[in-house]
Design a protein around this ligand. Structure first.
Ligand code: SF4
Ligand code: SF4
Length: 118
């Protein structure tokens, strides 16, 4: 599971790359849950990041979608309700891109730190 600091970085990137283009974003959101809009991104963020990290697919989104549905949606209280699927599902391409942006940035930071070592 990602740490709180890592989660905060993922969420910030997701807000920028995903929530900014979400057509279901409530006025004043995000965060959306306090405004009555339930979304898997806010409900399941740690499990969602883990689920995305467990898949490697360069060109296809389906493996990510299937894995998220298996790992995340099966635990969601809103599965098969009137609000399902939520933006977490249909914005999966943007979501995976946002997570990869953070992963690449973290790897670059790590390499820079290692190179800076005596
Ligand atoms: S509904 Fe989900 S994707 Fe849309 S703005 Fe809210 S948290 Fe982001
Ligand atoms: S797609 Fe449905 S089951 Fe999955 S997180 Fe969203 S509301 Fe929950």
């Amino acid at each position: 599971m990602p740490t709180q600091v890592e989660l905060a970085e993922y969420l910030e990137e997701i807000r920028s790359q995903v929530c900014s283009r979400c057509v279901e974003r409530p006025p004043g959101g995000p965060p959306c849950a306090p405004l009555g809009k339930q979304c898997g991104i806010e409900l399941h963020l740690p499990a969602l990041i883990d689920s995305i990290h467990q898949v490697k697919s360069e060109y296809w989104i389906e493996p990510y979608l299937e894995h998220n549905r298996e790992q995340v949606c099966t635990t969601c209280p809103h599965l098969h309700s009137s609000i399902c699927p939520c933006p977490m599902d249909y914005l999966a391409v943007l979501l995976v891109q946002a997570v990869e942006t953070v992963d690449e940035r973290r790897t670059a930071r790590q390499l820079a730190a290692e190179e800076g070592k005596p």
